[in-house]
Design a protein around this ligand. Structure first.
Ligand SMILES: [Zn+2]
Length: 660
């Protein structure tokens, strides 16, 4: 499978169905099912082979005891046949680590914690969230099950759900670590071993599948894609980025993850849901405007679209849901010609702290992504193994330690004309005792003596900010500028730190007007911020933190790909279709708002008028056209840039720049 041929309009059709419900699939009508999907412009739907309850939804000879006890028909096979008749693909969903039936029968196969307890759903609570260890004989069952699927059903793809490394002290893992001479009581050793077990499972399962089917798609889901996927990417045909903004992921997870995943060499799709909240939220509906934004943002970031739904146990497909999905997918279909085989065009590479600290929601990355997005900058999220030679600037946000090898890579990048922005503890060696990255031009004295302290913007770095103290809430590092470095902004300190001995008013102590240490230092093409400005922006979004960063970028990147005169709620991205010799500028204007306590919603499309856009282009532009409407726009060429005005941005607009 080539890297770019996932279908654009997919549905992930959950079907975790209790054995206490009768008449499973009794109201399934193959004709109605496929016709409804076709009408909603769905062209791929992932249907269920086996669910988290552990039940199978096709006629199985190998495991008849696992067939759902009230399944009234060969449901999966009928779904596949009806869809294939209308050229709709049907990848098959198979649960892996959550399987209620198996968990009850084989407690010895479950992940065990260091207290010797089974983790996940306790015996007297609802849920199937006990995880099965992939170092156990469970894998033998799974392979026999997968083999039967591959031998008895037409298989377009396999979606293996819940496959992630787990800290496990089960008898198999302890014996495995002992056999390898490892010390299982060490948490670090256990996690390394767990990663090896899961990578091994994926590589082995992909090899196994290929014995029966050479070209079906294969994906292993864990609700996130990050640096740990780089070394096992060959086991995948593509990535699906499960990220329901209302389901705990929020609106920043997908863009951050996609900006990373799209550079690992396989096609990607975003997965949201039609639910108001998250999976299993029956009879709920996402606002149409939110679904538009989520799908169009996937296109803007170079991903295909998938929307999660759950089929009713009766098998009857919900018309309201597919009217909703169809309202968005009919638009996606019109936009596809400008999204197929598109590659993002970017200036900036942002190193992800996830490589060093883990976790799918990194506060630092989210703050940085928001700042860059609000500044209309074009960027990728990268790890230390990435090729950075193509970026005009790389950013090491707040807590990126550097090894000798990583330092060498950055120094070489700088010597070839690159530029670096680093902040807070980034650039320190792994022991965090001194700066390994000498090009930062600063020497570490320690943590800042005062916090909060105050940055004093001035000159170019202080553009659009008054030249007065601005509070920096989070404690920074105290550094000394080395000879040859220029202090762009000083830090002014308060009279004293706030303690029980001395404090002033409700919050922090005001400035004593005394300049004490550098806040922003520049050396050559490197700018260092001593405060954790990105973590700070994620916490409470002080505009001055963003302004200082954007000003630093103006210094290092005076001709950015995109300049935008529009509200900061506008998102702009640039993709290239090289075969068509054109760039596509995506503009989005949707405003997520926290209307309930739990998550952000979008209910309106608020148009923006007369958006002025300037794009740095590599060659002469022949025409600028709004698509798919095919409405040409007047444009001007101005020293390597094209400039034009979009009269009205209503939701999402693509504008093509065609090169001569
Ligand atoms: Zn185990």
């Amino acid at each position: 499978m080539s890297r770019n041929n996932l279908r654009f309009r997919q549905v992930h059709l959950d079907f975790h169905t209790s054995e206490e419900i009768a008449g499973i699939g009794a109201e399934f009508d193959p004709e109605e099912f496929a016709a409804t999907l076709e009408k909603a412009r769905v062209n791929s739907i992932t249907c269920f082979g086996r669910c988290h309850h552990g039940w199978i939804y096709f006629d199985t000879k190998a495991f008849p005891e696992r067939r759902h006890p009230h399944l009234t028909r060969n449901l999966l096979k009928e779904q596949i046949e009806a869809c294939h008749a209308r050229n709709i693909r049907v990848p098959i969903y198979l649960t892996v680590q959550w399987d209620h039936l198996t968990a009850n029968e084989h407690p010895e196969w479950l992940i065990m914690d260091t207290d010797g307890r089974i983790s996940g759903t306790p015996p007297y609570e609802a849920g199937f969230y006990r995880r099965i260890c992939l170092n156990t004989p469970y894998v033998e069952f799974l392979k026999a099950h997968v083999q039967e699927v591959l031998e008895t059903l037409p298989v377009d793809g396999l979606f293996f759900d819940i496959v992630a490394p787990q800290d496990c002290s089960c008898i198999y893992c302890r014996a495995g670590m002992k056999a390898e001479g490892l010390e299982p009581s060490d948490p670090g050793v256990r996690m390394q071993y767990a990663t090896k077990v899961v990578h091994g499972f994926k590589a082995d399962m992909t090899r196994f599948v290929r014995q029966f089917n050479e070209d079906c798609t294969i994906f292993y889901n864990a609700g996130h894609i990050g640096p740990r996927h780089r070394e096992i990417v060959d086991a995948y045909t593509h990535f699906e980025i499960e990220s329901l903004p209302s389901g705990g992921w929020g609106y920043m997870h997908f863009p951050l993850t996609q900006r990373y995943a799209r550079n690992l060499g396989v096609d990607c799709m975003g997965v949201t849901g039609k639910f108001h909240t998250s999976w299993g939220d029956f009879h709920s509906f996402k606002n149409e405007q939110a679904l538009q934004f989520e799908c169009f943002n996937m296109l803007a970031l170079g991903a295909k679209c998938s929307i999660g739904d759950q089929l009713h146990p009766s098998g009857k497909i919900c018309q309201t849901t597919y009217r909703l999905i169809g309202s968005v997918y009919s638009e996606v279909e019109k936009k596809e010609p400008w999204c197929a085989e598109a590659r993002s065009v970017v200036d900036i590479g942002v190193f992800t702290p996830e490589e060093f600290v883990g976790g799918r929601h990194n506060a630092t990355s989210m703050g940085l992504a928001r700042m860059l997005q609000e500044g209309a900058h074009q960027f990728d999220v990268i790890d230390s193994a990435a090729d950075i030679s193509g970026y005009k600037v790389v950013i090491l946000p707040d807590n990126i330690p550097v090894s000798d090898e990583f330092t060498g890579k950055l120094e070489q990048y700088l010597s070839q004309g690159g530029a670096v922005i680093a902040s807070y503890q980034s650039g320190l060696n792994q022991q965090k005792i001194e700066f390994a990255l000498k090009s930062l031009g600063v020497r570490l004295k320690g943590e800042a003596s005062y916090s909060p302290d105050f940055i004093l913007p001035k000159g170019e770095i202080g553009k659009d900010l008054p030249e007065t103290e601005h509070v920096m809430y989070l404690r920074g590092m105290e550094v000394e500028a080395e000879p040859g470095s220029e202090v762009l902004s000083d830090v002014v300190v308060p009279y004293f730190n706030r303690t029980y001995k001395h404090f002033c008013s409700h919050r922090h102590t005001p400035s004593a007007g005394k300049v004490s240490y550098p806040g922003i230092v520049k050396k050559g093409r490197v700018i260092y911020f001593s405060h954790p400005i990105f973590t700070q922006y994620n916490r409470n979004a002080p505009r001055w933190c963003k302004r200082l960063l954007l000003n630093a970028l103006d210094i290092l990147l005076p001709e950015p790909l995109v300049r935008l005169e529009a509200p900061t709620t506008t998102i702009a991205t640039v993709n290239e279709q090289s075969a068509e010799k054109r760039w596509i500028v995506h503009l989005l204007h949707y405003i997520p708002e926290r209307r309930g306590q739990d998550f952000d919603v979008i209910e309106d499309v608020i148009p923006v008028f007369d958006v002025k856009i300037s794009v740095r282009v590599p060659e002469s532009v022949r025409e600028v056209v709004c698509v798919p409407e095919q409405k040409p726009l007047k444009f001007e060429k101005n020293s390597g840039r094209v400039e034009f005005v979009l009269p009205k941005l209503e939701g999402h607009q693509m504008v093509t720049l065609s090169f001569s």
